[in-house]
Design a protein around this ligand. Structure first.
Ligand SMILES: NC(=O)c1ccc[n+]([C@@H]2O[C@H](COP(=O)([O-])OP(=O)(O)OC[C@H]3O[C@@H](n4cnc5c(N)ncnc54)[C@H](O)[C@@H]3O)[C@@H](O)[C@H]2O)c1
Length: 392
């Protein structure tokens, strides 16, 4: 295969953005768009600007009749697992948006679907390809930071009031005032956040890549159910998880999406016996601007600015810069398309995806039970050969 034909399901803001990302990705062509909300599919067709792209309003029809080799699943978090499994079962390679899924049952169903079908699967978590991650991975591997004792990731993404509701016919987001007088207004997915720690994916994924490690135990605490900021939001405003890894590092992850927060939304930090590194704490994004570094044996009294760029750590093609999230959106899709053409394993394959998302799901369980929880082994092993269900 020289070109991968892709169908995108979910034409919300992110799904429409994927049309542009696919257009910038080598050997990738969008041939089908699908959403149950017709006006959004029309907006998608306008963006694609290609008469050969077919519109679908029924997902099973796209899977059966679309001229597609692969599917990009870009629907709301609670629907990602089900639509991914259906795509795999229909014989399509599948790339799925973050956060993957919200239950261990769905996580195992996804693992088994990939193992059963033998098709390519990629979690589209893009921060794992940020330049600072490659730099930190090398510093950890070559011992510059000594033994890593502590790692932190934080995702505080204050939610604006104007996306709490949406028009049930057009999908257009709206605020509380407009919704009050609008009979078509329904609560948007942002009101059903549940456990924010389950959307820690963009934090744990890059940290685990830098550390080359996996989480073994999780514990979590959070604020009460029901936001202090928005009466519509049913989940906790904030949850904080502690995780212990196989290589004996303690990770602290904090997540919250319903209270006002300054930019940047993400912050990452490593503490080793040989030094510390952290990303920028001011500015629009932590990507593409200097972070801080302190090395114990370099006569450095305090943290000093440190820049980590793509050019130094891995080549960045010019088209990557035009994609979202500081150009990082380019990489998971490019890696997925290459894996199909060259028959290689995508980086964020189902096992890595499970090692990233599983601890977040179990952290949410821990926040309710108050107990630490062991993370199971997701890769096939003696007690669970590939394709068989996990032991009870
Ligand atoms: N990686 C990132 O940085 C990043 C950024 C933004 C969003 N996301 C993820 O992308 C996904 C989409 O986000 P969004 O803001 O566009 O969401 P959204 O709720 O605005 O849009 C989702 C769309 O999917 C459609 N849909 C759901 N089920 C369907 C089905 N069975 N068949 C056809 N259409 C269906 C809905 O009608 C809706 O239009 C979410 O999972 C989100 O977490 C990831």
């Amino acid at each position: 295969m020289e070109e991968v034909k892709i169908g995108i399901v979910g034409m919300g803001g992110r799904g429409r953005g994927w049309i542009s990302t696919c257009g910038l990705t080598p050997n990738c062509r969008v041939t089908a768009l699908c959403d149950v909300t017709r006006p959004l599919v029309e907006q998608g067709l306008e963006r694609a600007d290609d008469p050969d792209v077919r519109a679908f309003y029924d997902y099973d029809e796209m899977l059966a009749e679309g001229d597609i080799d692969a599917v990009a699943v870009i629907v709301e978090p609670k629907g990602l697992a089900d639509l991914t499994i259906r795509a795999l079962e229909a014989g399509k390679h599948t790339i799925c948006e973050v956060p993957l899924c919200y239950s261990m049952e769905d996580l195992w169903r996804m693992i088994l679907a990939v193992e059963r079908t033998g098709l390519k699967f990629q979690l589209a978590e893009q921060v794992a390809w940020a330049p600072f991650v490659f730099a930190w991975r090398d510093m950890v591997a070559n011992g510059e930071l000594g033994k890593i004792l502590f790692a932190e990731g934080q995702y505080f993404h204050g939610m604006p009031e104007h996306i709490l509701y949406q028009d049930s016919e057009t999908g257009r987001k709206m605020g509380r005032e407009e919704a009050r007088n609008n009979p078509k207004a329904v609560r948007s997915r942002y009101c059903n956040l549940g456990d924010p720690i389950m959307y820690h994916t963009h934090d744990l994924s890059p940290l685990l890549r830098a550390l080359d490690d996996r989480v073994e135990t999780v514990f979590c605490m959070g604020t009460r159910r029901g936001s202090y900021s928005h009466e519509e939001v049913d989940g906790s405003d904030l949850q904080v998880a502690l995780m212990h890894t196989e290589k004996d590092t303690v990770i602290r992850l904090a997540a919250g999406f319903s209270f006002p927060t300054p930019k940047p939304a993400h912050w990452y930090h490593l503490v080793g016996t040989g030094g510390t590194v952290e990303t920028a704490r001011v500015g629009a994004s932590c990507l593409g601007q200097p972070g801080k570094r302190w090395l114990a044996d370099h006569f450095m009294a305090t943290r000093e600015p440190a820049e980590w760029s793509y050019t130094e750590w891995q080549p960045a093609p010019p088209e990557a810069a035009a994609t979202g999230h500081g150009g990082t959106d380019f990489y998971p899709l490019t890696d997925f398309i290459s894996s199909i053409i060259a028959d290689t394993e995508p980086f964020n394959n189902i096992y890595r995806a499970a090692e990233v998302q599983g601890p977040g799901i179990l952290a949410a369980v821990s926040a309710q039970s108050g107990q630490p929880i062991q993370v199971p082994e997701f890769r096939p092993n003696e007690s669970r050969p590939a394709g068989s269900s996990p032991p009870e």
